[in-house]
Design a protein around this ligand. Structure first.
Ligand SMILES: NC(=O)c1ccc[n+]([C@@H]2O[C@H](COP(=O)([O-])OP(=O)(O)OC[C@H]3O[C@@H](n4cnc5c(N)ncnc54)[C@H](OP(=O)(O)O)[C@@H]3O)[C@@H](O)[C@H]2O)c1
Length: 290
């Protein structure tokens, strides 16, 4: 399949790019800088210069591909506006085709809000964070799009050895000499390794149906205290994690720090039973200690 990938240098998109290549899909990747273009070219993608904030620069690429995977995020104050622009430009363009084209939209586990002891499934009620409320109309547009195989994936917190959602914990350990958690050590994070997550995107491209939603979590919920203590131990830090107030965390890293404070559990039973998704990384502590 020929796939247009938005966000192909990102934590998620980079892994998706690699998996698409390995599965013999042809990737056209959007790049907003020469640096990003060269990284993705080295990974075997055909790169096209363009910014997600200006779809007119690249929207014609939708006519050349069979699928669009959207894993880009600008993380600035215009993030929601840019994202809505992508969805509102790509869907009508794909729907004009004579063939049924595919659009995979990346949502996220934070949409389920604080689930506590309830394990969120794809049919759980949505309690989105205010800073991500713009995703709801986009998700609705994707799932209800006519003449497009629109699908949504909700990744858990995405990690790799010392990156993804672990990156700021490593940074604290390195730079502060101690680690921190937001709200409490007992806050649970659903987790997925970026390589496993990329497998699910590829499975959705192959087998997913119009209107499908899939959660991607290899671990339903791991207490963040367990994760931070394991990372601290890598640095010989014995001091327990310092507990940060959510308001202070938001002040330091942005509103999305509220997500770090959510005590969540999320299930991927649907992806496993319907698409045969089999995450290889089910022990984040083993990955941390690699
Ligand atoms: N990471 C997680 O734990 C997680 C969990 C659930 C959901 N999500 C969702 O997944 C999506 C991607 O997250 P991520 O963590 O993979 O993000 P990321 O690592 O920050 O990657 C963002 C990607 O978007 C690209 N990008 C940013 N602004 C752009 C622009 N104006 N034009 C073109 N490309 C642009 C970046 O390219 P450059 O090379 O130019 O920077 C990069 O490839 C987000 O919507 C996020 O909410 C993430």
């Amino acid at each position: 399949m020929r796939v247009l990938l938005l966000g192909g240098t990102g934590s998620i998109g980079g892994a998706v790019l690699e998996k698409l290549q390995r599965n013999n899909h042809e990737v056209v990747a959007l790049a907003r800088s020469e640096h990003s273009a060269s990284r993705m070219t080295q990974m075997g993608a055909r790169t096209v210069m363009g910014d997600i904030k200006h779809p007119s620069q690249w929207i014609a690429l939708c006519d050349e591909v069979e699928a669009v995977v959207h894993a880009a995020a600008s993380w600035d104050c215009d993030m929601g506006v840019a994202d809505r622009r992508v969805v509102q430009s790509v869907l009508p363009r794909l729907s004009k085709s004579n063939q049924l084209k595919t659009f995979i939209y990346t949502g996220g586990c934070w949409l389920y809000g604080q689930t506590g002891d309830i394990v969120a499934t794809e049919t759980s009620p949505v309690q989105e964070l205010e800073s991500f409320s713009w995703t709801l109309p986009s998700i609705n547009d994707v799932l209800c799009a006519e003449n497009v195989r629109g699908m949504v994936i909700h990744p858990a917190m995405v990690y790799e050895h010392d990156g993804g959602v672990f990156e700021h914990i490593y940074k604290d350990a390195r730079e502060l000499g101690y680690v921190r958690v937001v709200e409490s050590e007992s806050v649970r994070w659903p987790l997925v390794h970026r390589i496993d997550l990329a497998d699910l995107y590829v499975l959705m491209l192959k087998h997913g149906r119009q209107g499908d939603v899939y959660n991607a979590a290899a671990n339903e919920g791991v207490p963040v205290g367990v994760l931070t203590r394991a990372i601290a131990a890598q640095f010989g830090i014995t001091q327990p994690p310092v507990v940060m107030d959510v308001i202070d965390a938001c002040r330091e890293i942005g509103d999305y720090a509220e997500g770090y404070a959510l005590d969540q559990q999320m299930s991927s039973a649907k992806a496993k039973s319907q698409l045969g998704w089999r995450p290889q990384y089910e022990d984040p502590l083993a990955v941390i200690s690699e």
